[in-house]
Design a protein around this ligand. Structure first.
Ligand SMILES: NC(=O)c1ccc[n+]([C@@H]2O[C@H](COP(=O)([O-])OP(=O)(O)OC[C@H]3O[C@@H](n4cnc5c(N)ncnc54)[C@H](OP(=O)(O)O)[C@@H]3O)[C@@H](O)[C@H]2O)c1
Length: 251
């Protein structure tokens, strides 16, 4: 039987990268999927290539009003949902001296505040026994220079996940967190880091698996956590990072 049959899922930031790959995996496993995104043409394109039982809604995760409208749409169209994958996120890379207040707010608004209120607004629409997955990053625990704001936003998300796993336990809603390492998506280019500026070989050398991850490899874990096969798993963080976070004391 298909693992996510009879489940309805909302994925934020589903038009690209990990969100898109997860939408494809959820659909292949029998779920009904609603993806969100901020750029109508990119979202339409994703819907067209995903095919199957997929729907979309334009909502900027950095705008609280948009998450309210998303919840209204979901209520009117589906009534209830079973899975919420809060995936939309942006990166920024600058040392502390160069971070502006506007840039700090932009990252926090999308990655943390927006994620928080997306959960708050969709929670009344979740079936008891449903589940939430928060897409964080290994940066939540690392001390990567130049990533102070991004890392803090993700650390906040992991804290939120832990709290919610206890707060929502009475409704049997499971909450889990996924921390990818470097995955081959356009996120860095969108943050203004050109692809040829990233030293892929150097990155790969630091990972026992010896390469960057693929979006589909993150999607498979998300699908597992979203399914009833993960019925005894809540409040947990999973690093999916090719072993990056396992540091040898002596190289
Ligand atoms: N790639 C990595 O190495 C890596 C590692 C660890 C964690 N992550 C996390 O993984 C998540 C997905 O990123 P990705 O790597 O798959 O990058 P991506 O390909 O850029 O996907 C991010 C998705 O989120 C959307 N999005 C961004 N800001 C949004 C907003 N304000 N409102 C609604 N949607 C928004 C993007 O839309 P647009 O197409 O319009 O930008 C896109 O659909 C992020 O939370 C990221 O922090 C990524």
């Amino acid at each position: 039987m298909e693992q996510l049959q009879h489940k309805t899922a909302v994925i934020t930031g589903g038009n690209s990268g990990i969100g898109y790959a997860t939408a494809a995996d959820f659909l292949a496993k029998g779920a009904k999927v609603l993806i969100t995104g901020r750029r109508p043409e990119a979202v339409q394109q994703a819907v067209a290539t995903l095919g199957g039982d997929v729907d979309s809604f334009i909502a900027d995760q950095g705008k609280i009003e948009d998450s309210k409208q998303l919840a209204e749409y979901v209520r009117d169209r589906y009534g209830k949902i079973d899975i919420l994958f809060v995936n939309a996120g942006i990166g920024t890379f600058a040392t502390i001296a160069d971070v502006t207040e506007a840039e700090f707010d932009r990252i926090m608004d999308v990655n943390l505040k927006g994620a928080f209120f997306t959960v708050q607004h969709l929670l009344p629409l979740m079936n008891d026994g449903g589940n939430i997955i928060l897409l964080s990053s290994v940066n939540a625990h690392s001390g990567m220079p130049g990533a102070s704001v991004y890392s803090a936003s993700k650390a906040g998300l992991n804290s939120l996940g832990r709290t919610l796993s206890r707060e929502l336990a009475g409704r049997k809603i499971r909450v889990n967190i996924v921390n990818p390492g470097p995955v081959d998506t356009p996120i860095l280019e969108k943050a203004g880091v050109p692809k040829d500026a990233i030293n892929i070989d150097h990155l790969a050398q630091r990972m026992p698996i010896g390469r960057m991850g693929r979006p589909e490899e993150i999607a498979k874990l998300v699908s597992f956590l979203a399914s009833d096969d993960a019925s005894f798993i809540t409040g947990v963080e999973y690093n999916v990072d090719g072993g990056l976070s396992v540091h040898p004391l002596i190289a």
